[in-house]
Unconditional design. Sequence first.
Length: 332
Amino acid sequence: MQTQTVKFYSPAPSLQKEAQRWSVADIEALFNLPFSDLMFRAQQIHREHFDPNAVQLSTLLSIKTGGCSEDCGYCPQSAFHNAGVENKKMLDVSEVVKAAKAAQDAGADRFCMGAAWREPSEEDMAAVVEMVKEVRALGMETCATLGMLNDGQTGQLRAAGLDYYNHNLDTAPEFYGNVISTRDYQDRLDTLERVRKAGMHVCSGGIVGMGENLTQRAGLIAQLANMEPYPESVPINNLVKVEGTPLAEQEDIDPLDFVRTIAVARITMPTARVRLSAGRQQMSDAIQALCFLAGANSIFYGDQLLTTGNPDVGRDRKLMDKLGMYPFAEKH
Ligand code: SAM
Ligand code: DTB
Ligand code: SF4
């Protein structure tokens, strides 16, 4: 299946309603609603903006794995930790295109290329630009997550046809220092602003279950929801605990608190694609179903995230069938 034009599946920023500023207290109050009330509000808002049974499918590929110079406490690819991830050189463009075609054949509409870099070098950029051009030529939406970018780099990626740039805020500003010390929160906000200025869609979210308290979880959502405009894609990751990382022994959060985070993201960012992201392999079908009910309408699709596992295509197809859900791109 090859198409020439690439459709944007997320509403353009101009379609987002007037900005609403959310205080952390407002968001905490949402988290504290009775579960059924929270779910009902999230469903109402979800149905105003989206087909509630359609799910957008993004496939991830790690184009450069391991040996990263940052010290992010959750990440198996950091050179500061010993998570047993083998350092690999960057994939060839042909390998990336092959993986993208396979993802497209399996039904994915967006292909996200991830690299374990603090920021890309000039040489890295030349290869990534080629990858973006070729993946886009397949008729897929393109996304990349390469670390911090300067203005020249955002321009290069936009010119190559990059649709989305993923750069997560990860957590609230107040909790950030507990997890990462090699770059600060403002660096992340600056990169996101450059991405936006260059005309690309923003994909930004975070991780729950790193030991943050409820106010800090609300603080992450407030940061995202108060961006003007807020991100078109919001990945909500449940921490994948990898042995050898500082967060390996972190206590699991109650799965219903994860569902609540999805619902609060949906309510505060009504037109965003809220992605039920890392952590699905460890999640029951029932909790995933609740996440969809809470307004999640996107997943990572394919048996691998970057270095850790994800449900395979067969399991996800079965889950979608069981729930009467379908890939967004197949019906729209
Ligand atoms: N190196 C680039 C960066 O950090 O921006 C891009 C890749 S990095 C792996 C992308 C995101 O993956 C991180 O910001 C984090 O939110 C998420 N991530 C990494 N390890 C994770 C884990 N163990 N569990 C959940 N999410 C994780
Ligand atoms: C995002 O928010 N989650 C993805 C993607 N963006 C790049 C990454 C999850 C990584 C999970 C750990 C791993 O597989 O290495
Ligand atoms: Fe490097 Fe990204 Fe992992 Fe941080 S999250 S250690 S920047 S790959």
